[in-house]
Design a protein around this ligand. Structure first.
Ligand code: 2DT
Length: 221
C-alpha cells in the first residue's frame, strides 16, 4: 500500500505561509485525505517553551544553543512524522529544517557556518516536496512590514532569503554537498492569496493523488 506524502511549506515572514498552509490543509481534507498539521517551532513542548521565550526576547541564549534546541524540537516529532506517513496520513508542516539553517546561518557576527547549522538535522525525515514561498523585502514592506519578534527585521530577512536560495540550489537541485534531496519548489508569494493557493495545489496534486511506494528518505544522508 502506498504511503502518504510529507509536504513542507517554508517561507519568509509576510509571505502568507501560515494562511497558505491552512488553505492547503482544508483542500486536502475536502478531497478526503487525513492530514496531520505540524508547525515548527512547536512551542507547546518543553523545548518549545524555551524557544518561545527566546523568540519573544524574554530570555537570551547562545546562538549555538538555540540552534540545537530548534533542531531537537524537530527530532521530538520525527517518529510521529514517520508513523503518520506509514498510516497514510499526509504530514503538512509549516517550517522545517530549512528554516533552522536559514535563520541561524543568517545570524552573527560571529557567523555559525552553514555546514555546522545543517549537521544536527542530518537524518531527519526528508520531505517529499518543499514549497518555498518567496517574497521580496519590498513586497513584505507593502504588506505592513514585520512583527515584533526576534529576526523580524528587514536586513535579517534579506540574509535569510539568501540562505534559502542556497538551500534550494543545493537541496532541490539534486547536486551540492550531502545526499538526499527534497523536491524544492519556489513559489512567488507576492501575488494574491487565491493565485498562490492555486499554484500550490497544482504543485502537490499528483503527489497527493498517487501517494508514494518508497519509504521516507533521510535528510542529507
Ligand atoms: P514562526 O513565526 O513561523 O512561528 O517562526 N526559526 C524557525 C528558526 O530560527 N529556526 C528554526 O528551526 C525554525 C523552525 C523563524 C518563528 C521564528 O523562528 C525562526 C521565525
Amino acid at each position: 500500500m502506498p504511503r502518504a506524502p510529507f509536504i513542507v511549506i517554508e517561507g519568509l515572514d509576510r509571505s502568507g505561509k501560515t494562511t497558505q498552509t491552512s488553505l492547503l490543509r482544508s483542500r486536502l481534507e475536502q478531497s478526503g485525505h487525513h492530514v496531520a498539521l505540524l508547525k515548527f517551532p512547536d512551542r507547546t513542548t518543553p523545548i518549545g517553551t524555551l524557544i518561545d521565550s527566546y523568540l519573544r526576547s524574554q530570555s537570551d541564549l547562545d546562538d549555538h544553543a538555540i540552534h540545537l534546541l530548534f533542531s531537537a524540537n524537530r527530532w521530538e516529532l520525527a517518529s510521529r512524522i514517520e508513523s503518520n506517513l506509514k498510516s497514510n496520513t499526509i504530514v503538512l508542516c509549516d517550517r522545517y529544517a530549512f528554516s533552522g539553517i536559514a535563520f541561524s546561518a543568517a545570524k552573527g557576527p560571529p557567523p555559525l557556518g552553514y555546514e555546522w547549522c545543517r549537521a544536527p538535522d542530518v537524518g531527519l525525515p526528508c520531505p517529499d516536496v518543499t514549497l518555498f514561498l518567496d517574497i521580496t523585502p519590498e513586497k513584505a514592506r507593502e504588506r505592513g512590514g514585520y512583527g515584533e519578534e526576534r529576526y523580524e527585521k528587514e536586513e535579517m530577512q534579506r540574509r535569510v532569503r539568501e540562505v534559502f536560495r542556497r538551500l534550494g540550489e543545493e537541496t532541490g537541485g539534486g547536486g551540492g554537498s550531502g545526499g538526499t534531496t527534497t523536491r524544492w519548489e519556489v513559489i512567488d508569494a507576492g501575488r494574491d492569496q487565491e493565485t498562490v493557493s492555486m499554484e500550490i495545489w497544482r504543485r502537490v496534486e499528483n503527489l497527493v493523488a498517487n501517494g508514494l511506494e518508497e519509504d521516507v528518505d533521510r535528510l542529507w544522508k
